[in-house]
Structures are given as structure tokens and as C-alpha cells.
Design a protein around this ligand. Structure first.
Ligand code: FAD
Length: 325
């Protein structure tokens, strides 16, 4: 039976939503070819998340438990994944397109002699080919890419598929692993945590993003309040990152983060293609802009033409009234 292997993505010891999205699609592909879905988790307490992976359809969860995986380091991650993949011999390895996985994907593919299809929004198997769709040129075009290598690694953009549960009786497979004593190993000294919002941007269901139209601290307070009452992560255009009004970690776009939430508020953002590249896959886009000809309205599901300083206070009040806050 052909095995499809999902590499789980974790944050603070918890599985990321994108992992469940990837498993849901991998399950469908496995069903089409009569295969099964396995998962691999690298974490000091990897087995803690195994039940949740089984609840989403992973019939085997390979757990690699070592303190070295407490923080992402490319070397041990590539070593461990290469060992597990070589052992299992899957047809396809699928992972959420996180920063960490993007960092190791090339090395992993080179080590295993595998095909690599990074950052795709759709994937499947057609005969002996792994086929995928990949947004390119700032998401203006969709490229159809494929690989006929016997082993292919695919990384999938967050939000590309719906997560869904499908429980199986799975088994946990412990994998022994030790870092090579002679291997040069980088040391991760510190992680600077992102400021400006408690919700992880790349995983958020709702994003409130600010652009130059937000202008100053008073505008930022309105944006933060809207984010607070909607449980949103805070995003920003490059313009307001450059002025220092929002942190660089909030930047969305070609040179920032790619997000695909259920709901995206674009406040005082013109809709430059470099920004749109990072948010165009959002399910519902609400744009607030005082210029009726702003390009963002071409992408918006709902457009509000008006001054954000006048539109936001009643909008916030209405949401609060609705939610009884
Ligand atoms: C190589 C390259 C990479 C880039 N990467 C990125 C990237 O990753 N992310 C990114 O965002 N940008 C990126 N940019 C910059 C991008 O081209 C735009 O300059 C930037 O996105 C503009 O940000 P903005 O929409 O906030 O500002 P502007 O384009 O200045 O738009 C401000 C908008 O606010 C509206 N507005 C003004 N006042 C109000 C008000 N009171 N109420 C409501 N609306 C108001 C205006 O009508 C206008 O539409 C990149 C550029 C280059 C060249």
C-alpha cells in the first residue's frame, strides 16, 4: 500500500491549523490511490499530539522525541526527517508551508534525491505524476507544476484546504534519534517574539490589516480595538511598517507573510500587487478606503468607501453590540 506522509507543524507544542488542512487533503489523495496516511512529529513531547493526528486520519504517527526539537534547527530536522522518510518510503511527503519547513525543504529534497514542489495551493496525484498549482508572480498567475520522481515533497500554503476530522485507530511509532556528535550544529540563542498582536498571523482565521490610511497612533488604536473584539491577528502593509507604526513581523505581502484567513480587513490599504500577493487567498475581504478607485476594491468581497477614522468607530460599536461586549 502506498503511504503518504504528512510532516506535522507545531507551535508552542500544539499542532498548527495548517497541519489539519494538509492532512484533510492528503486523506483524499490517499483514498483515490488506495493508500494510507502517516504523520511524523518532531518534538520533545511528540506523542502528546498523536491522538489529534489520528482523529484527523493519520493511521501511523511516527514520533521523534528529542530535546533538540524544542526549537527549530535545520540540521537535526533534516537528519530526522530524512531518516523517517527513508525508513517509510512514502510516495509523497506533504507539509504546511511554514517558514521552518521552507527552510529545510531544499536540503531534504537534495539529501533524498526527491522532487520538490514548494508553496503550492493545490496538489494531487495523476498517474505517476504528482501535480500541483503554485501561485507565482505575486499570485497574479497560477503555475501548474509536476514531478514524476518516485519521491516528491510538497509544501502547501496555509488556508488552501478545509480541515476536517476523520478518526482512525492509529498507532504511535517511536523513532530513535540522536544528533551526530561530530556534526557542526548552529546554536539558537534567542527568539524575538512578535509584537503587536497575540494571534499568530499565518494561522489566524481573522486578520485586521492596516495601511498608510491608518496614519497615526489614534488610527492604530482603532485597528487594535477591531482586532481585539474580533479575535484577529494584526497585519500591516509595508508602508506602515516602514514608518514604524507596525512591527516588521506584521507585514503582509510579497516580502512579508502570506495569509489566507476566513476574514481579512484591509484598512487604508491601496491594494498594491505586492501587498495583494500576501492576502488574495483570504475567503472574505472587507476593504475600507476613502478612494473609490483604490485597487483593493477589485479584490474586496465587501467595500466600504469612507474615511477609516469615521467608519471604524461605528463598526466597532456595532460588533460590540452584536456580541454583547
Ligand atoms: C519589491 C517590492 C516588494 C514589496 N513588498 C511589499 C509587501 O510585502 N507588502 C506590502 O504591503 N507592500 C510591499 N511593497 C510596497 C507596495 O508596493 C506598496 O507601496 C505598499 O503596499 C503600499 O502600502 P499602503 O497600501 O498602506 O499605502 P498607499 O499605497 O499609500 O495607500 C494608502 C491607501 O490609504 C487610503 N487612505 C488614506 N487615508 C485614508 C483614510 N483616512 N481612510 C481610509 N483610507 C484612507 C488611500 O486612499 C490609499 O488607497 C513592496 C514593494 C516593492 C517594490
Amino acid at each position: 500500500m502506498k503511504t503518504l506522509l504528512v510532516v506535522a507543524a507545531l507551535q508552542d507544542g500544539r499542532l498548527k491549523r495548517s497541519t489539519f488542512e494538509v492532512i484533510a487533503r492528503t486523506r483524499e489523495v490517499a483514498r483515490e490511490i488506495g493508500g494510507d496516511v502517516a504523520a511524523v512529529v518532531l518534538h520533545p513531547a511528540a506523542r502528546d499530539v498523536a491522538p489529534e493526528l489520528m482523529a484527523h486520519g493519520a493511521s501511523r504517527v511516527h514520533v521523534v522525541e528529542d530535546p533538540v526539537f524544542d526549537r527549530h534547527l535545520n540540521g537535526p530536522v533534516v537528519d530526522a526527517l530524512a531518516a523517517v522518510i527513508s525508513e517509510i518510503g512514502p510516495r509523497l511527503v506533504v507539509a504546511p508551508s511554514t517558514e521552518s519547513f521552507k527552510d529545510v525543504m531544499g536540503a531534504l529534497a537534495a539529501r533524498l534525491g526527491a522532487g520538490a514542489l514548494p508553496d503550492v495551493s493545490e496538489f494531487g496525484l495523476e498517474g505517476d505524476q504528482v501535480v500541483a498549482v503554485r501561485p507565482v508572480m505575486a499570485a497574479k498567475m497560477m503555475a501548474r507544476v509536476s514531478s514524476a520522481e518516485p519521491l516528491v515533497i510538497v509544501s502547501v500554503r496555509s488556508g488552501s484546504y478545509e480541515a476536517s476530522r476523520s478518526a482512525v485507530e492509529g498507532e504511535v511509532v517511536p523513532v530513535s534519534f540522536s544528533t551526530r556528535a561530530d556534526a557542526p550544529c548552529p546554536v539558537l540563542r534567542d527568539i524575538l517574539t512578535a509584537g503587536g498582536g497575540e494571534v499568530d498571523l499565518s494561522e489566524a482565521r481573522v486578520v485586521v490589516a492596516a495601511g498608510r490610511g491608518v496614519r497615526d497612533e489614534a488610527g492604530r488604536d482603532l485597528v487594535l480595538e477591531l482586532a481585539r473584539i474580533t479575535g484577529a491577528a494584526i497585519g500591516a502593509s509595508r508602508a506602515v511598517v516602514e514608518t514604524g507604526l507596525f512591527p516588521a513581523t506584521a507585514q503582509i505581502g510579497q516580502t512579508g507573510k502570506v495569509v489566507s484567513p476566513d476574514l481579512y480587513f484591509a484598512i487604508g490599504i491601496s491594494g498594491a500587487i505586492q501587498h495583494v500577493a500576501g492576502m488574495v487567498n483570504s475567503r472574505v475581504i472587507v476593504a475600507i478606503n476613502k478612494d473609490p478607485d483604490a485597487p483593493i476594491f477589485e479584490y474586496a468581497t465587501y467595500g466600504i468607501v469612507g474615511d477609516a477614522f469615521k467608519v471604524l468607530p461605528p463598526l466597532i460599536a456595532a460588533i460590540k453590540a452584536q456580541e454583547g461586549r
